[in-house]
Design a protein around this ligand. Structure first.
Ligand SMILES: Cc1cc2nc3c(=O)[nH]c(=O)nc-3n(C[C@H](O)[C@H](O)[C@H](O)COP(=O)(O)OP(=O)(O)OC[C@H]3O[C@@H](n4cnc5c(N)ncnc54)[C@H](O)[C@@H]3O)c2cc1C
Length: 489
């Protein structure tokens, strides 16, 4: 069927949020184009293929509290989805600890004196939290409130500071609630003795596309094209034209130069501050200032292709010591067989840094050497002869940094952008929200359905706002599930 020329929809950014929206719109026979600045789609959730080694851009497991989004993903990938048992551990002081923290393992591992302090501190912190409702502001407040001083200093402080490159008192507490499973002793005991069955842990096993997480984006892109949607890669959106009430067009830098695309609707998943700075004519000075205030943490991802398999039993390991440059390492063959040639695997190391800093500026060769040396010397699991080669993937804007007060800043920016009636913001950096894949997809679906239905029925901003830990969900009763399906059908 021929697409109508009217109602041209432009989607900025070809990560999962943008692609989910593009796929739904193309399927509904809308005229839709996606603009992605890199040479491939998928954004933060890609699988890179280097000489037959397929490795993910960081550990990406699929888990979601939304049955609707889960069903949507299963329908998209069908039999490609496998179940992967999860083992993740923390490494420090030469020892491994389970993560999420298992109380007894942690207490035995840290030694009698520290264990005693940990129990004491933990009890004190929980009592305090119950008795006095204190306003929690920083990451440090949040961790101490949940775990007490000793467990915070032992298990969370070093890693957080490695990840953010800042002190825990400089980052907002908002990051803690959703990312860290608390030690709710009552829940643990209830689970052991009564098996209430009302809480499902999404921790122990997860879904995963057997050929790598990038399959979600690859499949979305190919299906979108089947439905005659258009995807431009190496298409950097640098100008966003507006008349004060609507976004009228975008200016895109292609290899062959700039090109202007007229717009009836715009869905943007590019970083919200880049979006503001690209607005032409220039906007309110105050909003530009706020846009400049938003920061991101960047990352170097280093893959080592190794002539060994199942080097550890872990899907990934958090590495705490400061002297070790990487903060996490994942082993691809513990996710899925067949991602690497027989008898080999890829180890993927993550180094948090800031674009342009000392580490970022090192050559690929230096970075590979730094990582392989450090891994070999610390863990003694492989030696130089096992390494076939290495590969460095540089990822800008990987983590939105929740600076103290960011919430108010982002709110003000979003309020300002509301004047553009044909604009919807989606995605992780697009909304400056610490999204997982499911959240970004859900936002993309909502934005697309709003355009298809001709009115804003779905609230993109309602996605990923629960403060509850993301890896546990209450089992809805059948009626809840029916209701959810009705809302989305
Ligand atoms: C290391 C790591 C591990 C993760 N683990 C998990 C996990 O286990 N489970 C999970 O569910 N989620 C996980 N996530 C989160 C998940 O990757 C993201 O939520 C999701 O991929 C975000 O998709 P998005 O489309 O919102 O954003 P992005 O992927 O950032 O997509 C935005 C796109 O816009 C493009 N872009 C930016 N500027 C421009 C411009 N000016 N012009 C054109 N294009 C532009 C970017 O190149 C990018 O492709 C993880 C993320 C990271 C980094």
């Amino acid at each position: 069927m021929k697409k109508s020329k009217r109602g041209k929809i432009l989607i900025l950014g070809g990560g999962l949020a943008g692609l989910a929206a593009g796929f739904e719109l193309a399927k509904a026979n809308k005229s839709v184009e996606v603009f992605e600045k890199w040479n491939e789609v998928g954004g933060l959730a890609r699988t890179i293929n280097v000489g037959g080694f397929r490795f993910d851009t960081g550990p990406h497991r699929w888990y979601t509290k939304s049955n609707m989004v889960n069903d949507w993903m299963l329908k998209l990938l069908g039999p490609e989805v496998i179940k992967v048992p999860r083992l993740t551990r923390i490494y420090f002081d030469g020892k491994f600890f389970y993560y999420p923290i298992k109380l007894l393992n942690a207490l035995f591992g840290i030694g009698i004196a520290r264990a005693f302090m940990a129990v004491f501190d933990y009890t004190r912190a929980r009592l305090r939290a119950r008795l006095f409702k204190r306003k929690l502001v920083t990451l440090e407040d949040g961790y101490i409130n949940q775990f007490g001083q000793t467990l915070y200093k032992t298990f969370f402080q070093r890693y957080s500071e490695k990840l953010w490159g800042e002190k825990c008192i400089q980052i907002s507490v908002d990051w803690v609630g959703q990312r860290t499973r608390g030690l709710n002793i009552l829940t643990i005991l209830k689970d052991i003795f009564f098996k209430s069955g009302t809480v499902v842990s999404l921790v122990d096993e997860f879904s995963y596309p057997k050929d790598g997480v990038g399959r979600i984006a690859e499949k979305l892109a190919s299906e979108m094209k089947e439905y005659k949607g258009v995807i431009h890669t190496l298409a950097d959106v640098t100008k966003i034209f507006h008349d004060g009430k609507k976004i009228t067009a975008i200016g895109v830098k292609h290899k062959k130069g700039m090109k202007r695309y007229e717009a009836d609707f715009v869905i943007s998943s590019i970083p919200i501050n880049d979006f503001c700075l690209a607005l032409t004519p220039l906007i309110d000075e105050r909003i530009l200032q706020l846009a400049h205030k938003l920061r991101y943490r960047d990352e170097l991802q280093v893959a080592l292709f190794v002539k060994k398999t199942h080097i550890t039993p872990d899907t990934w390991i958090y590495v705490h010591p400061k002297e070790i440059p990487f903060m996490r390492v994942m082993e691809m063959d513990n996710w899925s067989d067949g991602l690497s040639p027989k008898g080999t695997t890829s180890l993927v190391f993550e180094i948090a840094c800031n674009e342009g800093d000392r580490l970022w500026r090192k050559s690929d060769k230096e970075i590979i050497k730094l990582v392989s040396r450090s891994y070999i010397e610390e863990f003694h699991l492989i030696d130089d002869r096992d390494i076939i080669r290495g590969y460095v993937h540089r990822v800008p804007k990987e983590y939105p940094v929740y600076h103290i007060g960011y919430r108010q800043d982002v709110k003000e920016i979003k309020l300002f952008l509301k004047r553009f009636k044909n604009l919807q913001l989606i995605g992780r950096n697009g909304t400056f929200r610490y999204n997982n894949m499911d959240h970004s997809i859900e936002m993309g679906l909502y934005a697309a359905w709003n355009i298809i239905k001709g009115r804003k029925l779905y609230d993109v901003e309602s996605v990923n706002i629960e403060r509850e830990y993301l890896e546990e969900k209450k089992i809805e009763n059948v009626e809840d599930k029916k209701l959810e399906n009705e809302k989305t059908s």
